[in-house]
Design a binder for this molecule. Structure first.
Ligand SMILES: Cc1cc2nc3c(=O)[nH]c(=O)nc-3n(C[C@H](O)[C@H](O)[C@H](O)COP(=O)(O)OP(=O)(O)OC[C@H]3O[C@@H](n4cnc5c(N)ncnc54)[C@H](O)[C@@H]3O)c2cc1C
Length: 379
């Protein structure tokens, strides 16, 4: 008898598996894919270059707890991600910063002048409801159209005016020269990759792993007390209220016989091309290799569910599933798909750590792995 049957071996499911196993519970974790790690799975391609199968995953967090927790299973390399955008025939920093404005307009503005430049162009919008409102209210129509409108349309197949404000609220605008994509306290990559991290996380005697298996095919045969479900919540309930929309991506990998392909980790293509961005993995992983591998991302409607689409309508539909989930006996829902939230890795990990704490209530737990030991106080 397993204490917990966990559906999905991405971060949401694997964190739950590890935490519960470390507190003495017997776990079966199931994934329909042929590997652990969920969307963060990485592997060495034919040329021996470490690539991310489901698109580039850059780890960044403000949370000390999440960073400390993951440090049980990996060493890190520092990595501050930088992005350029191909606009008007030039490559300029993204998020928009002082250099972006000066390069695009052939100016030499100071920070104060750039603030004034943006203020002059920003539209007065109240209340701010959509992604379009957020960007127009900060940088005005012209920069909105150069950087955001086309990219958002490609990425979501929606106009920014149809998307929740939270989508572009994630993309800051700066008037200094800071060209880092993220400003989190911890910006690191697992030294030996994500799959290596997951292998360590799941190598606990209380954890059994079953791959290439849809949980529906085995659930009635495998005795278990509780379920933790991290797949798409609408699928769990047989789409009884209809399908929650997700955005998918086709990844096209290329390997080039040269040391470096592009000047930075990611180059965005807001306009023109069918792909949204190209990422070169060696920047992320720090790997030395005489060849280089990149991935082109082509957003599409059909395929694996990657991005919950953040519109008001979809949030209302999710709410109905959430209410149903609350009545599902002995079943917990977590993760990006299980809770239909546009979460980054650190948010998913934090969500699962919180769920674990609420399951275990007020018991202090010994965290022990890789020679590192710490007592987590339940809060
Ligand atoms: C292209 C892309 C780039 C991203 N980049 C970043 C980034 O740079 N930084 C960042 O922090 N976050 C990034 N993310 C977000 C990150 O991928 C997620 O936050 C994280 O992977 C979510 O983990 P999860 O466990 O909730 O879901 P997943 O990793 O999706 O895991 C869910 C697992 O459940 C399995 N499953 C589903 N249904 C079933 C079933 N019926 N039976 C058995 N198994 C099932 C799936 O096969 C899957 O392996 C990115 C996401 C995408 C799509």
């Amino acid at each position: 008898m397993f204490d917990y049957l966990i559906v999905g071996a991405g971060f949401a499911g694997s964190v739950m598996a590890e935490r519960l196993a470390s507190s003495g519970k017997k776990i079966l974790i199931i994934d329909k894919r042929n590997h652990i790690g969920g969307n963060t799975y990485d592997y060495y391609d034919e040329s021996g270059i470490l690539v991310h199968k489901y698109g580039p995953h850059i780890f960044h967090t403000h949370s000390r707890d999440v960073y400390d927790y993951l440090s049980l299973f990996t060493d890190w390399r520092s990595y501050e991600h930088k992005v350029l955008a191909a606009v008007d025939g030039q490559l300029v920093p993204l998020p928009i910063n002082l250099n972006t404005i000066n390069t695009l307009y052939g100016l030499q503005l100071s920070t104060d002048q750039a603030e004034a430049f943006l203020k002059e162009r920003a539209e007065k919008i109240s209340p701010v409801k959509t992604s379009e409102d957020v960007v127009m209210g900060r940088v005005g129509k012209e920069l909105y159209e150069k950087f955001f409108k086309g990219y958002t349309k490609k990425q979501w197949d929606l106009d920014p005016s149809q998307l929740d404000a939270s989508v572009t609220a994630r993309v800051p605008v700066r008037t200094n020269k800071d060209d880092r994509y993220f400003t989190d306290t911890y910006q690191v990559m697992p030294l030996h990759g994500y799959t290596n991290l997951f292998t360590k996380m799941l190598s606990h005697p209380n954890i059994n792993i079953m791959l290439n298996t849809d949980y529906r095919d085995v659930i009635t045969f495998v005795p278990h007390k509780y379920i933790i479900y991290t797949g798409p919540i609408d699928s769990y309930f047989d789409y009884c209220y209809g399908q929650l929309p997700y955005r998918s991506i086709e990844f096209r990998f290329e390997t080039y016989d040269k040391d470096i392909f592009q000047p930075t980790g990611t180059v965005n293509y807001p306009n023109g091309q069918a792909y949204t961005r190209i990422t070169e993995f060696k920047y992320l992983t720090g790997q030395q290799h005489k060849k280089t591998s990149v991935v082109y991302e082509f957003p599409k409607a059909e395929g694996d569910p990657y991005y919950p689409i953040p519109t008001a309508e979809n949030a209302a539909l999710y709410k109905k599933y959430q209410l149903l989930a609350e009545t599902a006996p002995k079943t917990y829902f977590t993760g990006r798909l299980g809770t239909y939230k546009y979460y980054n890795m650190d948010q998913v990990i934090a969500q699962s750590l919180t769920l674990f704490k609420s399951i275990m209530k007020d018991q202090p737990i010994e965290m022990q792995a890789n020679g590192y030991k710490k007592t987590l106080q339940q809060t």
